[in-house]
Every structure is written in C-alpha cells, then in structure tokens.
Design a protein around this ligand. Structure first.
Ligand code: FAD
Ligand code: DHB
Length: 389
C-alpha cells in the first residue's frame, strides 16, 4: 500500500488531520491499535475553543457541533464560599463551545467514512521506519499478518503512550516534565447540570469542577489523591464530596443520578522538543500533555494540526517545505503558552499536599486579585478562550 501521509492514531488529532487532508485532496491512511468502538467509549475533554471549531468546520465535520454544542460566554470560579463569574465574552469578544471529545471523534469518523478514506483499526505493532531518509514507511500487523505502508510523511498522532515519540533516536529529542501530586476523579451522569455554566472550585478539601455535555448530562470532577482507587468511590461518596467542595447555593441545587462512567486521571505537564524528526511529525498528546484544568489538551492537538496541515498543503500545492520546516518551532511557541496557562490554573485551583501557610496565602491573594482586577481577569479569559493560531 502507498499513501501520501500515514497517520498513526485515530484520536482527535489524527482524525482532524486526516479529514483536512482528505478534503484538500491529499491521500492519507489512519492506523490505530484499538477498535473504533473502543475509541468512541473514551470520555475525555469537553470544551472547544473557537479556533478548534473553525478547524472542524474546515474539515466539514462541524454541522452537529453547531446544532448541539453549547456556546458558553463565561464560567465561574468558586472559592471562599462564593462565586465569581469570568465573563469571557465581555472580556474578549469570544466564547467557547461545550461539546464532548467523544462527539468530535464520532463526527470526524462519520465524515471520513462518507469520503471513503481508509482507516485501519485493531492494528498491532505499528512502527514508523526510515523517517530520517527519503522513503519512510509504516509497518503493522493485523490478524496475524504483517503489512507495510509506504508514504511521503508520517504523522505521529498516537497520544502520550504511543509508539511515534519512542521511535525517535535518543539524543534527538529533549523532554520537559512536571508531575502533580494528585489526580482527577471524573463522573458522567444523566442529570441536569448544577449550573448553566462551568464552575471551577477551589476548596480546602480540594478542587472540584462542574461541567456538562448537554442540558441533561453532567460531567463532574474532584481532585483526588494519587493512590485513590476507583472501587473506593461509590457514587454516593462522590456526590457527598462534590457537595462539600461547592458554595452552599450550588451544593443545595445539585441533583444526582447513578453514574454511567467514572475514571481517574493523573495530572502532568510534558513537552517534547522538537516535534519533528525527518519525515515524522509529532502531533497532539504524542508531543505534549497538559493537566486538564485549563481545558487545553484537545485544543492544543487541534492547533498542532492547523500548523502541520498548512505545511503539508504548502508542500503538495506549492512545492515549498518552509511550512513543514517551521512546524516544530511554530507549534511549540503556542504549546508552551498553553502549558504555562494550564500549570498556572492548576496551581491556583488545587490544594497541594504539604502547602506552607505562606503558599496558601499567596494562592488566596491570587484569587482575590484575579476577581478584583479587570486586567487579571482578562489574562485568564484570553488564555481560556484560546490564543490565536
Ligand atoms: P489521543 O486522544 O490519545 O489519541 C491517540 C490515538 O492513538 C488513540 O486512539 C490510541 O488508541 C492511538 N494509539 C496509541 N498508541 C498507538 C500505537 N502504538 N499504534 C497505533 N495507534 C496508537 N483534555 C481536556 O482538555 N479536558 C479533559 O477533561 C481531559 N480529560 C482527559 C482524560 C484522560 C484519561 C486523558 C488520557 C486525556 C484527557 N484530556 C483532557 C486530554 C485530551 O483528551 C487529549 O489532549 C486529546 O485526546 C489529544 O488527542 P490526540 O488525538 O492527540 O491523542
Ligand atoms: C471539562 C474538562 C476540563 O478539563 C475542563 O477544564 C473543562 C471541562 C469536561 O470534561 O467537560
């Protein structure tokens, strides 16, 4: 088999890149080690920046998002028993859209199928080869039979645990990492959200986030210790703990229902530099991870795709490699700003074990400053809605 761009990974970054290429007439094949249904069963991000929505439109996969996605003009920071609203739209003229990653993935998969582009699921032992030479190829095994795909370029869209980053020679890349001393326990339930906007809460018992997927489906998270076990967290225990961390008027308004998904995610910041080696490009979580607090993971994957797609188009349409050559540096400049923002918001909103009294006072001053200064609110808002591409 031969294609122009071989894409490893059928998550949001692989699917978005694949669809943009397909719409532009560039042939591509997507490979994933798991099944389509497995991917559609994963519950992850929920907040889309305008730039991400624009890319989904460009990929002709935005129709359902516009019909069913929830435009949000603001969100609340809750601390010290009260709420402070950040009016994103008033501060920046922009808004975000609440629409689950699962739905984004589903829409992109459907569009891909309608276009007849090839996706290979349940592909084992996927490996990029000869990325440093002129004739790269990808090998994989399916149903016990080995296969090879020759290509011009390989896009490593295979997430943090993928194979692409690990295929780079040691010494060719540098990584930067920060692991946080807590995780997030998340729950999904078919019940009306406690508020019509998201609430990010800082409480002495730990962080909590009230989010949603629709008017009838809620997504809630609470900060948990790194050694928390999912089986120790009954729904009742989760709801009780969530209530304790919210201001009283929200706690009283919270309605509950049996959960149908519950999972724990560790929090980390991680960046690989550079994001390109020869004809292999790292995209999205394969190159970087942010803690979820700023809702940036999926949106960063989309901005990487934007830069890489532009570079590939330039290569195929104009015969120029300047976009491809600039990819890593251009993408990383935006990545590091989102890494900084996600780290800052995580630090401001969580309770760290072993925090000194001094650090605690600084956190309180930061929140007080943020909610009393328009300039400080603006800094939060312009990062939250997404920096320009
Ligand atoms: P992924 O979505 O990870 O997709 C990578 C794909 O590659 C997967 O389908 C995988 O099966 C495939 N793959 C992996 N290895 C191989 C291989 N060897 N061969 C072939 N295929 C392979 N972000 C937020 O903004 N908010 C959140 O609440 C949030 N929650 C999250 C919870 C969890 C548990 C995780 C893991 C992430 C969360 N994120 C969240 C981050 C966000 O989901 C990611 O940034 C986003 O999924 C990145 O998309 P991606 O396509 O780059 O990677
Ligand atoms: C969701 C996740 C986030 O990390 C966030 O900051 C906002 C919303 C969500 O899953 O809905």
């Amino acid at each position: 088999l031969r294609t122009q761009v071989a894409i490893i990974g059928s998550g949001p970054s692989g699917l978005l890149l694949g669809q943009l290429l397909t719409e532009a007439g560039v042939d591509n094949v997507i490979l994933d080690r798991v099944s389509k249904n497995y991917i559609l069963g994963r519950v992850r991000a929920g907040v889309l920046e305008e730039g991400t929505v624009g890319l989904l439109d460009e990929a002709k996969a935005g129709a359902r998002l516009h019909a069913e996605g929830l435009p949000h003009d603001g969100f609340s920071l809750a601390f010290d028993g009260r709420d402070h609203r950040i009016d994103l739209h008033e501060l920046t003229g922009r808004r975000v859209t609440v629409y689950g990653q699962t739905e984004v993935t589903r829409d992109l998969m459907q569009r891909r199928e309608a276009c007849g582009s090839l996706s290979i699921y349940d592909a084992a032992d996927v490996a990029p080869h000869d990325v440093d030479g002129g004739s790269p190829f990808v090998t994989y095994t399916k149903d016990g039979i080995g296969h090879r795909i020759d290509c011009d370029f390989i896009a490593g869209c295979d997430g943090f645990h993928g194979t692409s980053r690990r295929a780079l020679p040691e010494g060719a890349v540098r990584s930067f990492e920060k692991v946080y001393p807590f995780g997030w326990l998340g729950l999904l339930a078919d019940v009306a959200p406690v508020s019509n906007e998201l609430i990010y809460a800082n409480h002495p018992r730990g962080f909590a986030l009230c989010s949603m997927r629709s008017a009838t489906r809620s997504r809630y998270y609470i900060q948990c210790p790194l050694d928390a076990k999912i089986e120790d967290w009954s729904d009742d225990r989760f709801w009780d703990e969530l209530r304790r961390r919210l201001p009283a008027h929200h706690a009283e308004a919270l309605t509950t229902a049996p959960s149908f998904e519950k999972s724990i995610a560790p929090l980390r910041s991680f960046v690989t530099e550079p994001m390109r080696f020869g004809r292999l490009f790292l995209v999205g979580d394969a190159a970087h991870i942010v803690p979820p607090t700023g809702a940036k993971g999926l949106n960063l994957a989309a901005s990487d795709v934007h830069y890489l797609f532009g570079g590939l188009l330039e290569h195929y349409r104009e015969g120029s490699d300047s976009g491809i050559d600039a990819y890593s540096q251009t993408a990383l400049t935006r990545v590091w700003k989102a890494v900084r923002f996600s780290w800052w918001m995580t630090t401001m909103m969580h309770r760290f074990p072993d925090t000194s009294d001094f650090d605690q006072k600084i956190q309180e001053a930061e929140l007080d400053y943020l909610t009393h200064s328009r300039a400080a609110s603006m800094v939060l808002a312009e990062n939250y809605v997404g920096l320009p591409f």
